[in-house]
Design a protein around this ligand. Structure first.
Ligand SMILES: [Zn+2]
Length: 429
């Protein structure tokens, strides 16, 4: 791949204290806190000569460039300095609805190109990761000439964030302990982060929400599986090992027939997930409780996905009751989390919302029924903004955050690119 950065001066790269100061300046410019020389001097407490030297280095490295002119409140107008978001490229991908959704973004996390393809995570990493890689390659053809500076992948299950590996996913054979991060780093030489997909969706929803900087956000996914992600204080809450947010296995019923995939009984996922509802409605069809379900089962051979949607559209009473119960139990469970975490925004996403308001409305009512008044006071409850691609928004944002943390900048800024420092950048806690 070619590097499109401006011609670099043939000088020794900055090191030590110079890199630290440059990292501070890049951070101030990138985040929009200061973008003129006088403002940078004031924000850092550094003298004009030092600021100018560091800016020159930042420009030589292709990270910064001269911008337009800013009108100062007093005195002469100042030239601005600009962060070059086009200096590198971020690739991010996630799974939804038996497909992989991939995006190429600039260093501000703005998507430049998107693509998707059929992919079933149950086929295992040996089949699925090459499909993800093919989508990334297709995106690189569309945004030619940029180096990949970081990658993010969201996976539907428990992910040990520090190592980038899944840990004992209940049904995803072949993924347990698989080195997803190493697989991609061997191909791209850039830092790779692997996270639970609901964490990335939470981050994406938080990023597009306004004003996101002052509101904690809880994202709840109810689709084929159930999970959640929490952004608090502007950061994803992963917990000690990355398991935070796994609400699918809250015990919600004493019903001994509510068998869960985790091996226990009575879990929320057993009664409210896509597969849980399919199991309940298939049993109802077999018992002859609903003529419509019985007919669908006989004709289609199963009751899931489209068949479920058809039964809802026909307002089949047995289906409506099961969906209402699922949404109610999910709402009561989430109310407990809302009481505990006190988010400003609660977002519900996943295929449970498809084609009907019944699930969302019942869920919202149950949340409000069980949420204490102080936690409910300013709570905004809304459906997901984008069922499929919001995870790639969160993934790109995760990479931006990780690459441009001060401790990460100090590792790679002197070289002008994180390629080559991938392992050390990933190891930062
Ligand atoms: Zn369970």
């Amino acid at each position: 791949m070619t590097n499109t950065s401006p011609d670099r001066r043939d000088t020794t790269p900055p090191s030590g204290r110079d890199v630290l100061l440059l990292a501070q300046i890049v951070d101030l410019v990138r985040t929009g806190v200061a973008n003129t020389r006088p403002d940078l001097e004031q924000a850092t407490g550094l003298g004009r000569t030092v600021v100018n030297e560091r800016l020159r280095e930042g420009m030589d490295l292709g990270i910064l460039e001269e911008g337009g002119t800013a009108q100062a409140e007093r005195g002469r107008p100042s030239r601005t300095v600009r962060f070059r978001a086009e200096a590198g490229l971020i690739l991010s991908a996630g799974f939804a609805d038996n497909s992989v959704w991939a995006s190429a973004s600039d260093l501000e996390g703005v998507s430049l190109a998107r693509t998707s393809a059929d992919a079933d995570v149950l086929d295992g990493p040996d089949v699925v990761l090459p499909i993800v890689d093919a989508q990334f390659r297709a995106l690189l053809k569309r945004v030619r000439g940029r180096d990949v500076w970081g990658l993010a992948l969201g996976l539907p299950g428990p992910v040990d964030f520090a190592s980038g590996r899944m840990v004992a996913p209940p049904i995803m054979h072949g993924w347990d302990g698989f080195d997803v991060r190493g697989w991609f780093r061997n191909r791209y030489e850039a830092p790779v982060w692997v996270d639970n997909d609901d964490n990335l969706r939470a981050f994406g929803e938080w990023a597009i929400d306004q004003p996101h900087d002052v509101r904690d956000l809880l994202y709840v996914e109810i689709g084929e599986g159930i999970g959640s992600g929490l952004v608090t204080g502007g950061r994803l809450h992963r917990g000690d090992t990355g398991a935070a947010g796994d609400i699918g296995h809250f015990r919600v019923t004493d019903d001994p027939t509510a068998l869960c995939r985790c091996g226990r009984t009575g879990c929320l996922a057993a009664v409210a997930s896509g597969w849980g509802l399919a199991r309940i409605l298939t049993a109802a069809a077999e018992r002859g409780d609903s003529p419509l379900l019985a007919e669908l089962l006989q004709r289609e051979g199963r009751i899931a996905g489209h068949e479920l949607a058809a039964a809802i559209a026909a307002e089949d009473p047995v289906t409506m009751a099961a969906v209402r119960r699922a949404a109610h139990l999910a709402g009561l469970t989430v109310a407990g989390v809302v009481n505990f975490a006190n988010p400003g925004t609660l977002v519900l996403g996943g295929s449970a919302l498809r084609g009907t308001d019944l699930f969302f409305d019942t869920f919202k009512a149950a949340v409000l029924e069980q949420t204490i008044e102080l936690a409910a006071q300013h709570l905004v409850i809304r459906p997901s903004s984008d069922e499929f691609e919001i995870g790639t928004v969160g993934g790109a944002l995760l990479v931006v955050r990780r690459l441009f943390r001060l401790d990460a900048l100090q590792l790679w800024l002197g070289a002008g690119t994180p390629i080559g420092s991938a392992v050390r950048i990933q190891q930062l806690v």
